[in-house]
Design a protein around this ligand. Structure first.
Ligand code: HEM
Length: 238
């Protein structure tokens, strides 16, 4: 399967099949989310709910599986071996762009989960019609502690089962600790966000727009990376 993904892609560039599948899916998901955004702006709340919920869950399942399967960091490795441009271009354009892209990927994945939860928490029904609730949505410290404790327990269980089946490695420990740290950061940022936009409707609209901007920039940085790597400056690969 890994070998299969390494054969030439279908866009006719220097990219592998794996890179083309990834680019195609990124284009489809970005298009889908922009449609979902337009639905929200047109107050088609029900259609927006189903499209965003279905789209985001599918995207999360696809990309996490896909990148875990292709082994994390493959993009950076391919970049190093496959970039055929000058060293200056590599150092001052390609690497900063790739770093920004990966950073946005992490923020984008976190925001996908966050927005789904916020969508459910913020929605209200008026005569059977879905809309955002004009209510204050504040989570107490006690509740946050309980949720974070629960997530920590699940992550520890996952870690323990991975160690039992595949053995301990300090890299694995770092990955799981990193995940816990990321979740802790998300919770503390969320506390701040709650203070700034306590109103459910306002928070969903503001953070929804922020998420959509992240996805658009994500798509642009990803496409420029693809263009540099597989069209403008192809290297050894392809
Ligand atoms: C997962 C990613 C999501 C994103 C990025 C997102 C984004 C947005 C944005 C930007 C708006 C405001 C549109 C505007 O005024 O410009 C909005 C409105 C809304 N969203 Fe979401 N949303 C998401 C998920 C959800 C989910 C899962 C639900 C329901 C559970 C939901 C329910 C709503 C509702 C009811 C509105 C109000 C629409 C109206 O004004 O009638 N959203 N969303």
């Amino acid at each position: 399967m890994l070998e299969w993904l390494k054969q030439p892609g279908f866009f006719g560039t220097h990219a592998t099949l794996g890179a083309d599948i990834s680019q195609l899916m990124a284009t489809l998901f970005t298009g889908l989310f922009i449609i979902g955004w337009m639905q929200a702006r047109r107050r088609q709340a029900d259609a927006h709910h189903w499209l965003m919920l279905g789209g985001m869950v599918t995207m999360l399942v696809f990309f996490t599986n896909y990148y875990l399967f292709r082994q994390l960091g493959v993009l950076a490795v391919e970049g190093k071996e496959g970039f055929g441009g000058s060293q200056a271009l590599y150092d001052h354009v390609f690497i900063p762009l790739l770093t920004l892209h990966i950073l946005l990927v992490i923020i984008g994945l976190v925001m996908a989960v966050y927005m789904i939860v916020l969508g459910f928490r913020a929605q209200a029904f008026e005569q059977g019609k879905r809309r955002l609730g004009d209510v204050t949505l504040l989570t107490s410290w006690g509740k946050i502690g309980k949720i974070f404790g629960g997530i920590t327990a699940v992550i520890l269980l996952l870690f323990a089962s991975r160690v039992a089946s595949a053995g301990f490695s300090s890299r694995k420990l770092m990955v799981y600790l990193g995940l816990l740290l990321l979740i802790a950061i998300v919770f503390s940022v969320e506390i701040t966000i709650q203070r700034i936009w306590p109103n459910a409707e306002r928070r969903h609209r503001v953070l929804g727009r922020f998420t959509m901007i992240i996805y658009c920039v994500l798509f642009v940085t990803g496409s420029v990376t693809y263009t540099m790597l597989y069209i403008l400056y192809p290297g050894k690969i392809g």
